[in-house]
Design a binder for this molecule. Structure first.
Ligand SMILES: [Zn+2]
Length: 481
């Protein structure tokens, strides 16, 4: 692959010495193979290989790619279903636990749903994903989800959720299927991980078997990430709290663990995250949308990253998540001062912190300091914002422009491993199998086939999973009188 030079852009780098963003107002990036070989604000310093492609990015903002540390790609085909539901309805309606939804999926539906989901993210500058792949209800729909990750051209930690208690696709058969996939040759941008919602139940003999299987798998399969949902608070208590997980010696496998949502962390949980360098994935829009709540995420920012969750029913981009989380933290912390009858005297969170949560912190959650940053030696996962649209025009602070003003339509180029995935505002893969037009028609066909079959929401249960109390919610009215 010929080298590339992104020439004369405003480059958002990260300074390890100050642990903060450093902006180079007019700098060039040399990409050799899949990595950044040089970043310089003096073009004369650059020894450009003769065959290098020069891409002029003058006047544009060059940012690291965004890292989405929690998503379920297989559901993309449900897009716009469930705009007004709570989480307790989702489980029985459109989740992997709902056979009324999953029975309509063919291998093609899973494949094209996942592929389109990755392309939605790539179009919006999301270059890395932790896919909590719970397309696990049948033996023929596992691999198509994985193949979509490979074919997408995105960087994916494909974390298969080995579910328990599925008679049609028993746990041991799932391990076999998963390990078979993990043994196949894969591009280096695909990493294998595990999702562990099976631990959500009470500790039992089954859980011990599950944990032993996990420990064996991490040794045999070269797994590089573990992720699991965790909420606590009023939600049914499982075994996925950071304090409990670290007490089970899973962390001694030295694999990064990401707890998605982690809405109600205890002091012990936060200590466990710090002590073992484990991360949470806050998914702001999901937690607002469904009512998970997010009571403690703002207290654990050094061990936090950001994710999307069920992108079919809200934004699939990280700009929206970073912006929503920034303003959520501000609102939460301002309220404390206001409730004391006082006027806030400083901002609780800066845009730079939101930017880092959506980029570098995702890399750190995966223990990959070469992901989510523009530095020499880092992976060449790069997003170029064109700043000429009315919503960005006149920008002088590139981080503020990205976090507070940009949308995916402002993204001109996206590169993963130094290869274009979006070029001149259009999805177009260098060395990938898909064409957007083909994905588009297949996805529309799949969405039109499946949505009428599953479109009716189920009512909220009287008790969640028969055990947790439900409560009334104040409902807004937009009608006067
Ligand atoms: Zn989730």
């Amino acid at each position: 692959m010929p080298s590339k030079v992104l020439e004369n852009g405003t480059v958002i780098t990260f300074d390890d010495a100050t642990k903060s963003v450093r902006v180079l107002p007019r700098a060039s990036i040399l990409i050799v193979n899949d990595r950044i070989a040089a970043i310089t604000d003096n073009a004369d310093d650059l020894s450009i290989p003769p065959d290098a492609e020069i891409i002029n990015v003058e006047g544009k903002i060059v940012s690291p790619g965004f890292v989405n540390t929690h998503v379920h790609m297989w559901q993309s085909v449900f897009r716009t279903l469930a705009p007004d539901i709570v989480l307790a309805q989702y489980f029985d309606w459109l989740s992997q636990m709902s056979s009324t939804a999953t029975k309509h999926f063919t291998p093609e539906t899973v494949y094209v749903s996942c592929l389109e989901g990755y392309l939605e993210g790539l179009n919006a500058g999301v270059t890395s994903y932790v896919d909590h792949a719970h397309n696990n209800w049948g033996r023929d729909i596992v691999k198509p989800g994985y193949e979509a990750a490979v074919d997408s051209g995105a960087r994916v930690w494909w974390c298969y959720d080995v579910t328990v208690n599925n008679e049609k696709f028993p746990e041991m058969e799932q391990w076999k299927t998963f390990s078979g996939i993990a043994k196949e040759p894969a591009p280096s941008r695909i990493q294998f991980g595990l999702s562990l919602d099976g631990l959500a139940g009470e500790f039992s003999t089954d859980t011990e078997i599950h944990l032993n299987n996990l420990k064996n798998a991490t040794k045999e399969m070269n797994l590089t990430a573990i992720t699991m949902h965790h909420m606590a608070g009023p939600w049914p208590q499982g075994n996925s709290s950071p304090s409990l997980i670290t007490s089970q010696n899973i962390h001694t496998t030295n694999i990064p663990i990401i707890f998605s949502h982690a809405s109600f962390l205890t002091t012990d949980d936060m200590s466990a995250l710090n002590q073992h360098n484990l991360f949470v994935s806050i998914t702001p829009e999901s937690e607002c949308h469904y009512g998970h709540g997010q009571a403690t995420g703002h207290l654990i920012s050094p061990q936090a990253s950001l994710g999307v969750d069920t992108a079919f029913t809200f934004s699939g981009d990280m700009l929206s998540q970073a912006r929503l989380w920034l303003q959520t933290v501000r609102n939460t912390n301002y309220r404390k001062t206001l409730d004391a009858g006082l006027i806030p005297n400083k901002t609780p969170m800066k845009v730079e912190q939101a930017f880092l949560l959506a980029t570098r912190q995702g890399g750190l959650a995966l223990r990959r300091p070469d992901i989510g940053v523009l530095q020499v030696g880092a992976k060449a996962d790069i997003v170029v914002f064109n700043g000429d649209a009315p919503n960005m025009l006149g920008w002088s602070d590139p981080v503020a422009a990205v976090i507070l003003h940009a949308n995916s339509g402002d993204i001109q180029h996206v590169l993963v491993d130094g290869q274009f995935r979006k070029r001149d505002f259009k999805l177009s893969g260098e060395g990938v199998k898909w064409s957007w037009d083909d994905v588009k028609s297949r996805f529309v066909e799949a969405a039109r086939a499946i949505q009428p079959l599953v479109k009716t929401p189920v009512p909220a249960p009287e008790k969640l999973w028969g055990i947790a109390e439900m409560g009334d919610v104040d409902v807004a009215s937009t009608v006067v009188g």
